[in-house]
Design a protein around this ligand. Structure first.
Ligand code: BJW
Ligand code: ZN
Length: 249
């Protein structure tokens, strides 16, 4: 696919200030299921059953086994050309911010210099009572008398360090993401359905502040109407093309 002549092409050649918001779709080509595609995570598990605090309190073993399963999947897969292209772009631009809703560490493993995590990280966990950090892969380490991971300091319950529905996003991460969206010249929304807030408000904020806003997705989304351009296709193919444009003499 050649990029058609558009403001995007000209912008990329100037290596503008870029802010990227990524979602589960960027990791799909690595083999990580998305949430809302037909074969996604919510096709098998209802979000209200698993991704909220009350669900965890009601059935921590179910929620932990879901996270344990996802940790195992994520550890087996590798970053794909989409993740690598973004890491290369960061080296070319003087101002480049990557904001992710993903908890899978694939941007980090692709060598992304800095990642703003809006929804936490599946590899981390902490104690509900005293906040002491804990390893996230407890279930592997439990002996047969233990059903759930417990805090080594206070014996409290350990929870995954991710953001569930109804919970606040990490304040500093959200502040930095909003600041970058407000100050960028090009905002890229990659592989997100745009249904979860406040992450989905970032492209609106960027546009209000004069950025050129582009979506990269396999299909149109809830937030396509705010985009100046939607590039339809797999991000593992489209992002390397955008990178090539930045390297154009
Ligand atoms: C490809 C591809 C390929 C596939 N290439 N593309 C304003 C309005 C309405 C509601 C709210 C609002 N503000 C807040 C809310 C409530 C709520 C919310 O947004 N609800 C909506 C669902 C209506 N938000 C919250 O509760 C947030 N907290 C909050 O706002 O706190 C303040 C507050 C508190 C109390 C009351 C009120 C306010 C917290 C949200 C936390 C989200 N958590 C999860 C789970 C994280 C942990 C875990 O991983 O287990 O985050 S839910 C899940 O959705 C996960 C994701 O990060 C997030 C977004 O999903 P994403 O990444 O977009 O994935 P998909 O599957 O939806 O889309 C994939 C896309 O990829 C698709 O479009 C495909 O087409 C595409 N694709 N292959 C390119 N190869
Ligand atoms: Zn504790």
């Amino acid at each position: 696919m050649e990029l058609k002549d558009s403001p995007l092409k000209d912008l990329l050649r100037r290596r503008p200030r870029i802010c990227v918001l990524s979602g589960a779709g960027i990791s799909a080509e690595s083999g990580v299921p998305t949430f809302r595609d037909p074969d996604g995570l919510w096709a098998k598990f209802k979000p209200e059953e698993l991704a909220n605090f009350q669900a965890f309190i009601n059935n921590p073993e179910l929620v932990w086994s879901w996270y344990q399963h996802r940790i195992e999947v994520i550890r087996k897969v590798k970053p794909n050309p989409g993740h690598f292209a973004l890491a290369e772009m960061a080296k070319l631009c003087t101002e480049f911010t990557l904001v992710t809703q993903n908890v899978d560490n694939l941007h980090q493993r692709a060598g992304q210099p800095e990642v703003i995590e809006l929804h936490g990280n599946i590899e981390r966990a902490y104690c509900l009572d005293c906040n002491t950090p804990a390893a996230a892969d407890h279930l592997e380490k439990l002996d047969e008398n233990q059903r759930l991971p417990r805090c080594t300091e206070c014996n409290g319950m350990i929870r995954p360090d991710v953001v569930w529905f109804g919970e606040m996003l990490p304040e500093e991460s959200l502040r930095r993401a909003e600041n970058s969206a407000q100050n960028c010249e090009l905002f890229l929304c990659v592989g997100t359905s745009g249904v979860v807030f406040p992450a989905a408000s970032l492209p609106f904020l960027a546009k209000e502040n004069g950025a050129y806003v582009v979506e990269i997705n396999r299909q149109h989304t809830e937030i396509s109407h705010v985009m100046h351009e939607t590039l339809i296709g797999p991000s593992g193919e489209i992002l390397p093309r955008l990178l090539a444009e930045m390297n154009h003499p």
